[in-house]
Design a protein around this ligand. Sequence first.
Ligand SMILES: [Zn+2]
Length: 405
Amino acid sequence: MTDLLIKNGRVLDPSRNLDGVMDIAITEGEITEVAPGIDPASAGRVIDATGLLVTPGLIDLHTHVAAGLRRAGAEDMMGDADTAGVHSGVTTVLDAGSTGAFNIGGFVNFIVPYARTRTLALLNVGTLGVTRAPEVRDAADINIDAGIDALNYRPDVIVGVKVRMVSPAISTLGIELPRAAKKIADGADSGAFVMVHVGDILGQDPVAAKLAPQLLSEVLTKGDVVTHSLSFQVGALLSGGKLLEEARAARERGVIFDVGVGRSNFSFESAKQVLDQGFVPDTISSDFTQMSRFAGPTHSMVECMSKMLALGIPLSDVIRMSTSRPAEVLGIDDETGTIEVGYDADITLLELVDGDFVFRDATGGSHRGSQAFRPVSTVRAGEVMPIDFGPRPWGWLPERAPDRA
Ligand SMILES: [Zn+2]
């Protein structure tokens, strides 16, 4: 007996070279069969996915979902895990340093257990995380031993350390700032990685540009992640429009490059400059916050994927960068991120909608695209989750482009 059968969708899983109309059978939260023409008579529930893309459950490697752990009110930037997650077509979210050593217990005990979305976290190098920004002003805001204790407390949830190369810490601490994050990660009992935010969004301090090559060549090692790889901000990967050589060298050593679209870290101009130099990031992520969901220019993970599609990244690569690749980064690629018998039944149903769309960036720039993803249904460990109406007054799809004059 099969609990759930997803029938007649276009199953697209680049990690398994799957692309074709197939059915997926699910029982007790696991994938039990992937094949064309599975008999629906044996299934407790059947979803007709005709005309839809059926992909591994989307994984958003950069979100802020510590809702309620910062003071309530207009300035609360923290989003909700399931709003960023299962209600947006995403089965796994990584909270990227919303909390630090002194408050991550709140995240682990009061957010993770109640989320339907698989929710993992990075510990911020600053003891209070971005519940108070700037999270690091000087060395007094960092506690190495408390950080190591936090990682060892719940290594199944807290998988690494987040550090932002932003003012004022980059001028007070310099390269010691990311080194402190590395010290915490290396001090943990089980392999933790460091995620570094590049681009000084808080100060545009030229010191950020001086530190970037050193960060890439001397601090980061295999498995560490650079987020905001397509950023236009000072201290990101571009210098005078040219990609830092140190970025290529770091990638060759196994450093991962993430998009992290976000509210203030992405422009189509800088993205094209990076991509045109043959540097396509490894993973797509949203840097989801409550503010970005309502005010843009980044409303959701699927919108970020649509932007990458509009920039010319092929569909199969966009799916890989949002599923199996981030699963590998998180070390959960033996459970999720692929459509394979025995894996958790984490699956996303998407409609790929044709249209004349306009996408917006953080600098007021825009870019037209002819396709966009609309989430239709999320299956998380075999449970079917509803999709929210969408982050915009008119739903999920981007704005329609104005008629050409
Ligand atoms: Zn962020």
